[in-house]
Design a protein. Sequence first.
Length: 388
Amino acid sequence: MNFLPKKKRHFALAGDGRLSVLAEVLRTSTGIPTHRILAMTEGVVSDEAVLARLLTSAGEMKGRISIALPLSHFETLSMPLPLMPETSIGRALPYHLGKALSRPLKEYVYDWQITQRRKEQLEVGVFLYPEKSFQQMRKQLAEKELEVTNMEPDVFAAFAYLGRDGRLSPRETTLCCLLWPETISLAVYENGILALVRTVPTSQPTTPFGVVEEEEESVPAEEVGEEAKAEPTEESRGLLADTEVDSILDGFDLGGGGGGDGGDDSGLSLEAVDLEGAGDSISLEMPSDDLLGEAPLAAPAANSMIWPDYIESVTLDIMRTRDYYVSVVKGEAVKNIVVNGAEDFKEELQEAINGSLRMESSSLARAALGADCPTSLIAISIGTGMRW
């Protein structure tokens, strides 16, 4: 008769803005986690009806659960603070956030991490999420005996997945690009922290990749002018033109970074992404019980793109992120590029990245992780759910 306590099960809740998935993350003898999809449905994870459908379809569950959402679901701020002990940052942040936010701080739960240390100040990245939405999810999950232990933007889960897969080196800077139906999440990892994160509202074409789209009426060859026959410009090939090199900051909406240093422990303590295996934790503050607001979503761009244009746009955003990190943040040169969500057009995107950046790219997941659920969502679920 076995009287040893059973190990708690670990679950993950993730979404891409249109599709939501609930999975169980399982230990293996090799140390590389695997998964089991319990439920999947259309809609946003934070929607009460969507989460209810997932929980009903999944059946009986009990254990711990982690949540990963696209970076666009969080409001991000980069806060400069005077030099102070790390233990004092959690007490100082509410004052500074109160001045920076357009709504009362009590309407949010938030995380923070130190992203840069300068001679006379600190740079602190702050991730905020509407308290009403978080509390509603936590209440529904608690009814299924699921304890929320971690909630994070997708980029943290992605780098956790890479770390467990043995593909992160503290000596090499890595840029990760996560492609979702309506947004792109980008982050740069260096020296054990996410030193830069940004989200870009870019909608994917509605036509499935590989489906031939209706072509415009062709123009007879003799009517084509000399200008149309000219060599393609640098921009049309996915390269930054000379006029763009000096304006890489245009439209560069940056949020705070994330990584190694933790927040104040006065609120509900949720385990942070442990990129180095050190087990450091950060806290998610719970200012009040006044539940207001919904998750802020980046407004998607007008969806008039075709797939070649979309692939070029993704390549340019990777390039701009790399150039900004090196020239403005003064970080080390990016050595690795990892992409998630390009399963259907992997070769085309790799060719574009190689042609524009002269760099090879790799996929977050080395191989397909399932037939019934997008590999991109499974990888994020495993990344956020493997908090043993």
